[in-house]
Structure formats: C-alpha cells, structure tokens
Design a protein. Structure first.
Length: 323
C-alpha cells in the first residue's frame, strides 16, 4: 500500500468519481491512476469502487470507510511535513483559506495586507463558496482554515472559534418608498420583492424565521452568493436588497442603507479547522489578526477541547465585536 494510491482514491471521490478529472487535478495520467487503484484493490482483496464497464458508478460500503481513513492518513502526512517545515523554514509555507464572497471582499483585505507584510514568504490562497462548499473543502483538506458566517451546524465535527457578530441591512435606491420611512417593520419589508443571499447561504434561515414569526411569506425574486451582485440588481430596480451591513460602503452613495438589526437576529462569524490540523506559527498569527481575542493560548486550548460545547465555554464572558 502506497500513500500515492491513497491520494488517488481520495481524489477520485473529490472529483465525483471522474477518473479523468482526478488525473488532471493530480497532474498524472488516467491509465496510471486506474492501474494503481486496481493494484490497491487486489492487495486489499476487495473493491473500493463499484464499476459499470470502465466507468466508476459508486463507492462500495467498504470503500467509503477506506476513503475516510485515507483522508485522515493524508492529513497526517501533511502534518508531518508541516512539523518539519516549522523547524526548517518557519516563515515559509502555504496558507489556504475558504470563506464567503462577503468576507473575502470586505473583511479579509486588511487582514491579508498585515499578514503578507509579516510573512512575505507564505503563499496565501483564498477559496470562495457557500457553507457546504467551505465545509467540503475543509473536510477534504483542500484548505487549512474556513471562515464561516452561517450554517455552523455543518461544522460540528471540527473546531469552531467565535470571531465576531454581524448584522444585516436593507439597501434601496434613494427614490424607494422604504427610504422615506423612519422605522421599517417586517410588514413593510414584506410588501416588496426581495434580493438576498442564496438559500442555504449566509443568513437565509434567520430571514425565514423573522418572516415566519410575522406570518409573512417573503417574495424573494433573486438570490446570489455575492453582496456586490445583490447591489447591482437593486440598482437595476429588481427589488429590495438584504445584505450584511459590512457590505455597504462609502462608495455605495447611490444606495440607501437601512439598519435591519431590529428585524433579524445577529449572526456569528467563526473560524474552523480540523482537529487533525497542525497549525503553523503563521496560522496562529492569521487567526489573531482576524480576531484579536483569539490569542495563541486560547486557540491551543480550543484544540484540546473535546467538542465545540467545550470550546464555547472557553469564550464565555467575552463580548464579541459587532461589525
């Protein structure tokens, strides 16, 4: 059994059982991957993949368990290399982060600027996506850290660190009727077509809860994962936008921002990483730059916590910043 063979079967699963795409991702040949997978199956005496002719149809029950263990072994392999690099090249390396468009556009630039000045020899990669995509990237070890703003229930089996709270705002054009109201209610908002984040993305469950409590069915006419896209369609007059307050900037002079913190409950932004991740020194610093209360001592205690309930207790009494 070879590490490379384990890497092959994991990548095949990552590429939705497409061997050609797995070969492209690993910069190798499709026949080479197929041969090595067959050799591994022969050695184990069972099939990892169920096939239909030359095509892989699904992962066998035994294969699912093998792939899960293979993922962990590959993470451990990466951790061994990371430990070595920590001592041989402490200020060199790679930091891979998964986050939402809003975080990448409005919260990370200042943090990344500071980090890059401190660690010019660390290559930084930012992946953007929905909560499900962030979770999948973290679980498959495609990234080291995930910054999540909603759907924290997806991340129960990883370490979750509380960063800050954030609120939502309503955005409309200056001539919109809502811009003339001194106090907007959920009933007022329910009268208009809405543009907000994609279902299953940031804050939609909280929106549903607010409207459901008032017995109102919201008329959501357009959804997007990017706040800038939402603002574009508000400008086109398609509807009323609901975005993270941080996404309305001084440059948006043509859009009126109406505070909606009284309509929708605040949400928490958190940083997630796998229990098996070896955090480099520069990773601790990045986390601290993003949220100053997340000191290395606190993060190390969280690493040893048995679950996220225990992690939450570490931060009891800390008033998180609201952004």
């Amino acid at each position: 059994m070879k590490i490379q063979q384990l890497r092959y079967i994991v990548e095949i699963v990552n590429q939705n059982l497409n061997v050609t795409e797995a070969a492209n991702a690993l910069y190798t040949s499709q026949p080479g991957i197929s041969k090595q997978v067959r050799l591994l199956e022969d050695e184990l005496g069972l099939e990892i993949f169920e096939r239909n002719g030359k095509h892989i149809k699904t992962v066998t029950p035994a294969g699912k368990k093998i792939v899960a263990i293979a993922r962990e072994l590959l993470v451990k392999t990466q951790a061994i290399k990371a430990v070595a690099n920590e001592f041989t090249q402490p200020n060199h390396g790679v930091l891979r982060i998964a986050t939402s468009n809003t975080q990448a556009r409005y919260m990370l630039p200042a943090v990344i600027e500071r980090f890059s000045k401190q660690y010019p020899n660390v290559s930084l990669h930012v992946h953007q996506g929905s909560p499900n995509q962030l979770y999948d990237a973290l679980l498959s070890s495609e990234v080291d850290l995930a910054i999540t703003t909603e759907a924290q229930y997806l991340f129960d089996d990883v370490v979750l660190l509380p960063c800050y709270m954030w609120n939502r705002s309503i955005i409309v054009k200056a001539d919109h009727p809502l811009a003339k109201l001194s106090h907007v209610t959920i009933e007022d908002l329910g009268k208009y077509p809405l543009i907000t984040y994609t279902f299953g993305f940031t804050g939609v469950s909280d929106l549903d809860q607010a409207f459901n409590s008032a017995g109102i069915l919201p008329n959501i006419v357009f959804t997007a994962t990017d706040a800038d896209v939402i603002k574009t369609y508000v400008r086109l007059g398609l509807g009323v936008g609901i975005i993270a307050s941080m996404a309305h900037t001084d440059a948006d002079t043509d859009l009126i921002r109406i505070d909606a913190s009284h309509l929708f409950k605040s949400s928490m932004t958190q940083i997630a990483f796998k229990h098996s991740t070896f955090l480099r020194n520069y990773m601790y610093d990045f986390i601290n730059y993003f949220s100053p209360h997340l000191t290395r001592a606190k993060v190390e205690k969280a690493e040893w916590a048995r679950d996220n309930t225990a992690v939450q207790k570490l931060f009891e009494g800390i008033d998180l910043e609201v952004r």
